[in-house]
Ligand binder design. Sequence first.
Ligand SMILES: Nc1ncnc2c1ncn2[C@@H]1O[C@H](COP(=O)(O)OP(=O)(O)OP(=O)(O)O)[C@@H](O)[C@H]1O
Length: 224
Amino acid sequence: MIELRSITHAYGDRPVLHDLSLQLAERRIAILGGNGSGKSTLARLLNGLIVPNAGNVSVDGLDTRTDGRAVRQRVGFVFQNPDTQIVYPTVEEDLAFGLKARKLPKPEIARRVSVALERYGLDSYRHQPAHQMSGGEKQLLAIAGVLVLEPAYVIFDEPTTLLDLRNRRKVVELLRGLPQTVIVVTHDLDMVMDFDRALVLEDGRIVADGPPALAVPAYVERLG
Ligand SMILES: Nc1ncnc2c1ncn2[C@@H]1O[C@H](COP(=O)(O)OP(=O)(O)OP(=O)(O)O)[C@@H](O)[C@H]1O
């Protein structure tokens, strides 16, 4: 479980999150809210990319402030822009990169890369330079690059924003099939209607929290 205790966060003198306390245990959780409401900041706190000014975030009892490395191994993070995430020239090398960094045995790396290439429909791109892929293909590669590390939790920051309808559907189905706890920051309300829980942020405060059937209409109403 991911737990936030009395989190407050500011960038310089601009407060962004105000005294948030949450327990995140459901399998699929959406984080909704208007632009600038603090969604990405909240998401980044969950795997220790950002450490809060005050309060604590823990993942299965590991504190992001003191056990950042162990937390990041447990919590994968998929950035909105796949170019932030893709590091290696070819698709195959990119998928192997994180596994090599974890010093997994070579046969295990080869096995996981092959499974990922097939599972995420990237097999025909295996030897292709990643920078030549389309935005949607890169997004799938970036997602695959995180999932190949088999994190227990996966955070997605606006995973469908850059995608056309077909790739959006692919990502939606991929998310649906993941066994992990998945936390998704998004403006794509349709995608989250079958999630277990939706949190709505407004000016750094939670203003709705519950099943999407209740939280999403509350959000739409507040947006006016
Ligand atoms: N690194 C930073 N330095 C200074 N201010 C920042 C930084 N990151 C975010 N902010 C500010 O904090 C506020 C919340 O930003 P955040 O990215 O968390 O919002 P968001 O809800 O994800 O927005 P969006 O839907 O537009 O992506 C915004 O006013 C933003 O300008």
